[in-house]
Design a protein around this ligand. Sequence first.
Ligand SMILES: NC(=O)c1ccc[n+]([C@@H]2O[C@H](COP(=O)([O-])OP(=O)(O)OC[C@H]3O[C@@H](n4cnc5c(N)ncnc54)[C@H](O)[C@@H]3O)[C@@H](O)[C@H]2O)c1
Length: 253
Amino acid sequence: MGRLEGKTALVTGAFGGIGSAITARFVAEGARVVANDLPGADPRPSDRADGRVVTHLADHTSEPQVMDMMERVRAELGGLDILVNNAFAAFNDTEIATLEEADWDRTLAACLKGPFLCTKHAIPLLKEGGGGSIVSISSVNALRAVSETAYSAAKGGLISMMRLVAADYAEFNIRSNVICPGTIATRASLGYWEQFPAGFDELKRMYPLGRIGEPEDVAQYTLFLASDESRWVTGTVHTIDGGLMGGTKLGIR
Ligand SMILES: NC(=O)c1ccc[n+]([C@@H]2O[C@H](COP(=O)([O-])OP(=O)(O)OC[C@H]3O[C@@H](n4cnc5c(N)ncnc54)[C@H](O)[C@@H]3O)[C@@H](O)[C@H]2O)c1
C-alpha cells in the first residue's frame, strides 16, 4: 500500500524540475494529484503518467484563477488533503542597488503571493476533510546570503507566513511545514548559474556531501511531510541541502 493511498494533493509549478518529481513520487505512492502550472507551460511526461494526474493550468498569483482551481478540486476530486506550494519565478533579480521595482514586485508575487493565495483557498477544503498537510518549498536563500535579493526576501517571508499557518490552523489538524532546498539540478537553477560559471564551481565545492541535489532529493522529503508519517510535525523548517547549512570541514583534521 502506498504512503499516500486515498489522498488528493495539489502541486503548484508541477511541470518544473522539482514539481514534476514531487508529482511522480506522490502518484507512485497512491495519491491523486492536481498538477498546476502556468497557462501555456509544457507538461512533462510524468504529469500525464496515468489517470491519477489531473492537470489544471492557472496562475497562482491570480486570486480568481486560484479560486476556480480549488472549486474544480472540490467538484471533481471531492476534496483536498495535501497542498504543495512549489511554483516560483524570479525576474532580473540582482543585488539591491540595481534591482528594479517592477522586478521586485513580480518576483514577490510569484514567490510569496502565490503561496498566500493557494494556502488561503486550500484551507477551507482541508478543513472540510478533517485536516491535511501543507508543504511549502522555500530555499536556503532564506537562511543565508547566497544571491538574488527579491527571491531571498520572498522565501524568508514564506517561512514566516507558513509558520503562522501552522499555529493558526493546528486546531483543525492542518499541518504546515517548509523545506529549504540547497541547489537542485533543474532548468531554473542551471539556467541561472550558467551566467556565473566561476560562482557555480565555488558553490558546488561548498556542499559537504559532494554534489548538488536532484529533484528527487526534495520529492522524497516532501513525501514524508505530506504523509501521515509526519503527523506530529508542524511549524517546522527543514533544510535539504547536502550539508550546506551545517558547515564545511576546514581541513584542520
Ligand atoms: N532548483 C533549485 O536550485 C532550488 C533551490 C531552492 C529552492 N528551490 C525552489 O523549488 C521550487 C521549484 O523550483 P524548480 O527549480 O523546480 O523551478 P522550475 O522553474 O523548474 O519550476 C517552477 C515551475 O513553476 C511554474 N510557475 C511559475 N510561475 C507560476 C505561476 N504564476 N503560477 C503557476 N505556476 C508557475 C513554472 O512554469 C515552472 O514549471 C521553487 O519554489 C524554488 O524556489 C529550487
